[in-house]
Design a protein around this ligand. Structure first.
Ligand SMILES: [Zn+2]
Ligand SMILES: [Zn+2]
Length: 458
């Protein structure tokens, strides 16, 4: 299963002899990447190695089988842990030169009408065709012109930037080489920026790439119905499974800056259109970050505080995010079922959004009707007590949750709801408990308010 070329690693003379005799460098290229043999790699690339291959040509056996799931050798190298930065750079520059050759060939061989028909109208400048390189090859072949196999641009329906493992360095290299369409959509409507946002994580490299796409004019709004609608929401949902409190100091300032930038870009349209009792108007960022998480309260609370810090939330913003989180947390603690979006954490699907069917949604909401009243009651008590307390939000927040943790068990992800009565809050009990907790912070007297003066509780 290894080609003869595989036995010439470390022996350039032998490798050159085989390549001169016509050995196909393609399969050996993968081994060169695996063995981190950059010398062999550059030699193989010089021998006009194809960088895209039709899937029929790829062996079903290891180590080539994995290649089937990649669009190109560049994509394979980007996803390969062993591949060195130099190797990726070498492949990217070879890819640029292949595409340039194709453009030059088309410039000589095709009339301007033919070029236009092959989606090449804008090729008078230095730009290279990316997703639409295939029609150029087909137009040339139709005219009976021999196009070398190495110039075949692959069958993929996405641009060169549609890559889960794209790095800033390679993106910059491709861009300056002529691949300037950084905001193209693939056949499902996903853009490269969207992929970078859905996989933002906690390492700064991904964030720098997001920033770069935005610098290059990528749209911060997304049109794919199965994805978060803005880059800010996409980033937030990518963080839902991350330990954001563990972000390294070196990454923190980058992350904070880009969170601020994307928030400013997307701010007013920050809610999606989900219908669920867990939110008042659709999933907000703080809900995307916390829902279905399953951590205990101390972790959830730490996550929330760190989120507020990273986003530089004002006191007012933190206050309203706190209320959203409170609704979500109580919703989950009383065992209600979400009918809002869920993001699939499948790296290949870039975090696709799953929606329950209308029928399921309706059924679940009917089942939870009673619980939703309990939830509303909790929220009324929350707002009421918050208004009653004039001190800082953080004090109220801690006191509230100390009390709630006593009354409502932390999320147990119960499949069966317990008797609904266990969850009907008693405002007097909550109020006196919250107030006694608050007394730990200061000794100011609380005005006595008659609860039944509020219609909700009468
Ligand atoms: Zn929900
Ligand atoms: Zn949603």
């Amino acid at each position: 299963m290894y080609p003869p070329l595989a036995f010439t690693f470390g022996w350039s003379v032998g490798m050159i002899a085989l390549l001169d005799a016509g050995a196909d460098p393609f399969c050996a290229l993968i081994l060169a990447l695996r063995y981190k043999d950059d010398l062999a790699l550059s030699l193989l690339l010089e021998y006009d190695c194809a960088l895209f291959s039709s899937s029929q040509a790829i062996s079903k056996k290891e180590p080539y089988r994995r290649l089937n799931s990649y669009n190109s050798i560049l994509s394979f190298a980007l996803g390969l842990y062993e591949a060195s930065d130099k190797a990726k750079t070498l492949i990217a520059s070879r890819l640029v030169s292949h595409r340039r050759r194709l453009v030059n060939l088309a410039a000589v061989m095709l009339s301007s009408t033919e070029r236009q028909n092959a989606c090449m109208e804008a090729m008078s400048d230095r730009r290279l065709p990316d997703r639409f390189a295939k029609p150029v090859v087909l137009a040339l072949r139709k005219k009976g012109i021999m196009v070398p196999d190495v110039l075949w641009p692959g069958d993929g329906q996405c641009s060169i930037y549609h890559d889960l493992n794209m790095t800033l360095r390679i993106a910059e290299q491709l861009y300056s080489g002529g691949f300037q369409l950084v905001d193209d959509m693939d056949e499902t409507g996903v853009t490269p920026l969207q992929i970078a946002c859905m996989t933002a994580g906690i390492y700064k490299e991904r964030w720098e790439l997001i920033s770069w796409y935005l610098d290059k004019g990528a749209m911060p709004y997304f049109r794919n119905p199965n994805q978060p609608k803005t880059c800010y929401l996409a980033i937030t949902s990518s963080l839902s499974n991350e330990r954001i409190t563990d972000i390294k100091k070196s990454a923190e300032s980058v992350i904070r800056r880009i969170l601020g930038r994307t928030y400013d870009l997307c701010g007013p349209e920050i809610v999606d259109s989900c219908i669920c009792y867990c939110s008042a108007y659709g999933c907000t960022p703080v809900q995307l970050l916390h829902k279905r998480y399953g951590g205990d309260w101390s972790w959830t609370s730490a996550k929330f505080n760190h989120w507020a810090y990273l986003n530089d939330l004002t006191l007012m913003q933190k206050e309203s995010c706190g209320e959203e989180l409170c609704r979500l947390e109580i919703f989950e603690r009383i065992g209600m079922a979400h009918t809002c979006c869920e993001f699939k954490h499948n790296p290949c699907a870039y975090g696709e959004r799953l929606m329950p069917s209308d029928e399921d949604c309706h059924e679940l909401r009917e089942e939870d009707k009673y619980f939703s009243q309990a939830l509303e009651l909790y929220m009324c008590i929350y707002r009421y007590l918050r208004r009653e307390h004039f001190g800082p939000f953080s004090n109220f927040w801690c006191s509230w949750w100390t009390t709630i943790n006593e009354i409502l068990p932390e999320k147990a992800w119960i499949s069966h709801k317990l008797g609904g009565h266990d969850y009907v809050p008693n405002i007097d009990e909550i109020r006196s408990s919250v107030q006694s907790e608050l007394r730990n912070y200061n000794l100011e007297d609380y005005e006595d308010v008659f609860l039944d003066s509020i219609s909700m509780f009468s």
